[in-house]
Structure formats: structure tokens, C-alpha cells
Design a protein around this ligand. Structure first.
Ligand code: KG4
Ligand code: ZN
Length: 360
């Protein structure tokens, strides 16, 4: 019997991703046009530039994904698209493309939550792991990206329970902001990881944030970011560097005036603090829920120190998608869309974008 084929479209932030996935797990093609180089000069994603670039990229990426998969329009069963959370102008490009395809090819339209997409990235088979066994429910999802830091219990398909999340900055956002303060460029995660390789993670002690009023599984990274900023200002004063008194004034692409080794030590110490917070809460959630599997997803799960620490400290089996599925892509949207399609949860052509869409 022919497997159900879903076309997945992702444009919630700065990647234009389109993929074809069969049976919810088998990637037939997965094409991503990244805008990282475009946003580097701004030191972060510039929303207006992002949506315009999606408009430019989306048709070539679609053509590429169709050609690579070698399937005809008649073989596709549904179109799944991210409709939130994300940047409104960026989401609109993907949603309108999906509506156009659904209308012209008479296909069902499936709206997918971006966070749900990240969770399903762990479900996909890859050339590295073909015929990967399914991890049974329930499992825990640690979702760490530029916009989100969430601990979610996945009870069964499409059934989620939020255990906790960040009360201020997302983990990836903290990496991006601290990288800016350290003059390490954009995106911050990979830049900090690289600088940290040469640094001493115990050089600076950044205290863990005290979480008053927050839940047991909540995170806070904004205090940590401020602690790094204060330390940088103190060091600049010690080195006699005048930076207008504010390290935040570094322009994108401008390196730190501090010695390279000091920056490496700061990066390593900051990374250690983030990793410790994420690992500790995850292990606590494993103990509380008794789950046997933890899926780690979202752009920050590309972080090598985090991957190693989770494998070492978490008592459940840690499942991590390959790096190209950790960052935004269309395959994860197609995989989540497949489950919604099976459950009969299709949308009409009036599907609207929901920039602040929640998962639970
Ligand atoms: O999931 P994602 O591609 O986009 C969102 O939905 O946000 O995540 C992007 C985030 C950025 O903040 C980036 O700095 C971070 O993931 N990131 C990393 C690494 N690679 C990407 N953070 C830490 N270490 C990395 N190696
Ligand atoms: Zn994402």
C-alpha cells in the first residue's frame, strides 16, 4: 500500500524549509534555505528582511524539494504548514504558499504548531538511522531553541503536558545576546560553542538564578545574561578599556576589546551555567515522571557540551536528532502534520497565522 506523503512547509523565522515525508517518518526530500548570512549584519533576525527573503526563496526551495523527492503532485496527500508561533510576516509567506498549493491541487491543508514540529524531529528516520525504532510513549521533550525553552511530557501522539519553561529569555536567545556582549557574532550559539572550546568553564562562577514565583521545572536565563554583562564591564575596567561603559554597545561583527583567552573563559563559563540548568531540570523531570526516553530538540540541541552533559547525567535514554533536523526544517513539520492529518485535524483555507500560538 502506498504510504501517505505530506508536503511540509516551514517559514516561522529565518529558514525557508520545505520537505516531503512518507508515512510520517521517511524523508523523501528536505530542503532548507537559510538566511543566517543576511541577518548577521544586524546581529539578529530582522523581521521585515526575513519575510521578504522567504518570498524570494520559497518557490526555488519548493521546486528543489519536489525534484529531489521525485514525486508528482498527484502522489501528495496533504500540505502541512507552520502557522505559529513565529514572526507574523514570515509565517504568512509559508501559510499563503500552502493555501495556494492546497487550493490549486485540491489537497487538504494541515496547520502545525512549530514546537510540535520540533518534537516530531525525533520521530524521523534518517540516512544515518534508517528504520529507526519508535521510542514509546510517554516521553519527555526538552525543546531548546532561539524562541523557546520548554520541558514537555508527550503522553501520546498530539497529546502534550507542559511541565515548565523559561520565565524570561529562551536558552538560544541567551546564547545570542551573550555572544553579542562578547563580540562573538551571530548566531550566538555556534560562536559561543567555538570560543568555549579554548576556555576554562570554571574561570568565572555565574550563579544559578533564584526562581521566586516560578515552578519547579521553570528556567530563567535573563539573570545569567546580566551576570555576564556585569563581569564583562568589570573586566573592561580592570583592563583599562573604555567601551562607553556599556559592553552592549558593541556593533554586530565588532570583536571584544578583551583578550581572546578571557572571552573564551567567559564563553565557556556561561555555556556551563546554561548546560547545568538544562540538565538538572531535565533529570529532575525524568525522576518525577518516570519516563524512559528524553527527546532533545530545537537549535540549541546542536550544542556539543549540552549533548555530552545530557548523555552523561540523564538516567533515561537521550534521543537527539541529527544536527540538520535540530534547526528549523520542513521535514519535522511534515512529520507532525502527518499525525494531525491521520487524526482528521485539517484546516480550511481560512487558516490564519497565530504568532503567539501555544502548544498546551
Ligand atoms: O530552533 P532554531 O533553529 O530556531 C528557532 O526556532 O528559534 O534555533 C536557533 C537557536 C539560536 O538561538 C542559535 O544561537 C541556537 O539555536 N544554536 C545554538 C547552537 N546552534 C544553534 N546554541 C548553542 N549551541 C549551538 N551549537
Ligand atoms: Zn525552531
Amino acid at each position: 500500500m502506498k504510504e501517505t506523503i505530506i508536503l511540509g512547509i516551514e517559514t516561522s523565522c529565518d529558514e525557508t524549509g520545505i520537505a516531503l515525508v512518507a508515512g510520517g517518518r521517511k524523508i523523501l526530500s528536505n530542503k532548507v534555505a537559510t538566511q543566517i548570512a543576511l541577518h548577521r549584519r544586524y546581529g539578529g533576525v530582522f523581521p521585515e528582511v526575513a519575510s521578504r527573503q522567504h518570498v524570494i526563496s520559497i518557490l526555488p526551495v519548493l521546486r528543489d524539494a519536489m525534484e529531489d523527492a521525485g514525486v508528482s503532485w498527484q502522489e501528495i496527500d496533504a500540505v502541512a504548514v507552520t502557522y505559529g508561533p513565529g514572526l507574523p510576516g514570515s509565517l504568512l509567506v509559508g501559510v499563503n504558499m500552502a493555501k495556494g498549493i492546497a487550493w490549486s491541487s485540491n489537497l487538504p491543508l494541515v496547520g502545525v504548531n512549530h514546537l510540535e514540529g520540533h518534537i516530531y524531529s525525533s520521530w524521523l528516520e534518517t540516512p544515518e538511522a534508517p528504520e529507526k525504532p519508535r521510542h514509546p510513549f510517554p516521553f519527555l521533550a526538552l525543546l531548546v531553541s532561539g524562541g523557546h525553552t520548554e520541558l514537555i511530557l508527550v503522553e501520546r501522539h498530539l497529546r502534550y503536558k507542559r511541565l515548565g519553561g523559561t520565565i524570561d529569555d529562551a536558552a538560544g536567545e541567551a546564547f545570542d545576546k551573550v555572544a553579542r556582549v562578547l563580540g562573538l557574532g551571530y548566531p550566538g550559539g555556534p560562536a559561543i560553542q567555538k570560543a568555549a572550546e579554548k576556555g576554562n568553564p570554571k574561570a568565572f562562577h555565574f550563579p544559578k538564578a533564584k526562581l521566586r514565583m516560578a515552578g519547579e521545572f521553570d528556567f530563567s536565563f535573563s539573570g545569567l545574561k546580566t551576570a555576564v554583562l556585569r563581569q564583562v564591564q568589570k573586566l573592561e575596567a580592570e583592563y583599562g578599556i573604555s567601551n562607553g561603559g556599556d559592553a552592549r554597545r558593541l556593533k554586530p561583527g565588532e570583536g571584544s576589546p578583551l583578550p581572546e583567552q578571557v572571552v573564551a573563559d567567559l564563553a565557556a563559563s556561561f555555556q556551563r551555567a546554561v548546560v547545568r540548568a538544562l540538565v538538572e531540570k531535565t533529570q529532575k523531570a525524568v525522576e518525577r515522571t518516570g519516563v524512559k526516553y528524553v527527546c532533545v530538540c530545537g537549535g540549541v540541541s546542536a550544542n556539543k557540551a549540552l549533548r555530552e552533559a545530557l548523555h552523561a547525567a540523564v538516567t533515561a535514554e537521550v534521543i537527539m536528532p541529527p544536527l540538520y533536523l535540530c534547526t528549523d526544517n520542513g521535514a519535522m513539520i511534515a512529520s507532525a502534520g502527518y499525525q494531525r492529518f491521520l487524526a482528521g485535524q485539517t484546516s480550511g483555507l481560512d487558516l490564519d497565522v497565530v504568532p503567539n500560538l501555544r502548544l498546551v
